[in-house]
Design a protein. Structure first.
Length: 348
């Protein structure tokens, strides 16, 4: 055999192992898995942070679009029925609408809508669609007075009750020429209430000792720091009864009934639509369509009436302000509810 043949196919010797059990060589290529993981986390955090703003922008666009396409714009022609909705708690000031809290209807907005409908010569009648548990007596009084002015101007005002039209909701309805309710509508609750929670026992338990400095003995009336005195009770009762008398007189005037007849059923009780009709608190049993048709007839509209919905035009600042205030109310209400179920004081 030749020397060349004897030297072929010789195995290469393995390199000796390095000390410490470690091997040498090119390190493995690093995968981007970790980088992708953190990128997803950052992207998700950014999306969550932007979400509230995106929601607010969308809500603003919807509000603006509703405002731009508002049915009460001057471009609309022909005889019309103005539809004004009253939903949620009735408050003084502006209406509130929020994803974080229940909506409310403000007296300022209602009066503005009623004035626009009253001044519009194309509007031959007004229909109120009420779905409210009640609210501020002062707010209801302001709206009621505006309705009575419209009635004196000989423009028909009809009220249509939905699921609920109680307390301040009924106060407003009483200002209408005629009231329609469904058979199962809950209405009535003619009365006034003042709630006050005495949490002095709880404060004593947890070692809380409130310190109050006041200019007069009645300045902290209704405070949760202490029970009300007999003298304070009489003072609060006089406020409640004075407001109650105003409520009863307004209902009697609006319904064309004697005050004493209203007082017999004005003890806070609620009625179904059928019961309310029997007690002359509503005029007819019927829904929204029946109310609109009756209002159209009273306004001299022939054929199918054109319904124009009057509403407040919301701006982005209105929505932002509403969401902020709603969140504050939700948090505050939650904290108070943890202490007592009968929280706060005030008139309803």
């Amino acid at each position: 055999m030749s020397d060349d043949a004897s030297q072929t196919q010789q195995p290469c010797p393995e390199p000796p192992p390095s000390q410490g059990g470690q091997t040498t060589g090119t390190p493995p290529t690093q995968t981007p898995a970790k980088r992708s993981y953190w990128a997803w986390i950052i992207a998700a955090a950014a999306a969550i942070g932007c979400l509230p703003w995106l929601i607010l922008i969308c809500m603003a666009l919807v509000g603006i679009s509703v405002g731009l396409s508002g049915s009460d714009s001057p471009s609309k022609r022909g005889d019309q029925i103005a539809l004004i909705r009253i939903s949620g708690v009735i408050t003084s000031g502006r209406s509130m609408s929020s994803m974080f809290s229940d909506s409310s209807t403000g007296s300022d907005d209602l009066i503005d809508q009623l004035e626009r409908a009253r001044k519009n010569k194309k509007v031959k009648a007004i229909v109120l669609r009420i779905n409210s548990p009640g609210g501020s007596p002062a707010a209801a009084e302001e709206v009621y007075k505006e309705l009575m002015r419209i009635r004196r101007a000989k423009k028909p005002v009809y009220a249509s009750m939905a699921d609920l039209a109680a307390s301040a909701g009924y106060y407003i309805a009483a200002g209408s020429d005629k009231i329609y309710a469904d058979e199962s509508t809950i209405t009535g609750s003619i009365g006034v209430i003042w709630n006050s929670a005495d949490m002095s026992g709880l404060f004593k338990k947890i070692g809380l000792n409130p310190q109050v400095i006041k200019s007069g003995k009645f300045k902290d009336i209704g405070s949760s720091n202490r029970p009300i005195t007999a003298e304070e009770h009489e003072l609060l009762k006089s406020i409640v009864m004075d407001t109650y008398d105003q409520f009863v007189k307004a209902v009697a005037k609006g319904r064309g009934l004697p005050v004493e007849q209203i007082k017999q059923i004005a003890d806070g009780r609620v009625f179904t639509g059928n019961q309310a009709k029997q007690n002359k608190l509503v005029d007819e049993i019927g829904g929204m369509r029946e109310t609109v048709l009756a209002a159209a007839k009273a306004g001299g509209i022939k054929g199918e009436p054109k319904v124009v919905e009057y509403q407040r035009r919301l701006s982005l600042s209105d929505i932002w302000s509403g969401e902020s205030e709603a969140m504050e109310r939700v948090v505050t209400r939650h904290l108070i509810d943890q202490l007592t179920k009968n929280s706060g004081s005030g008139l309803r």
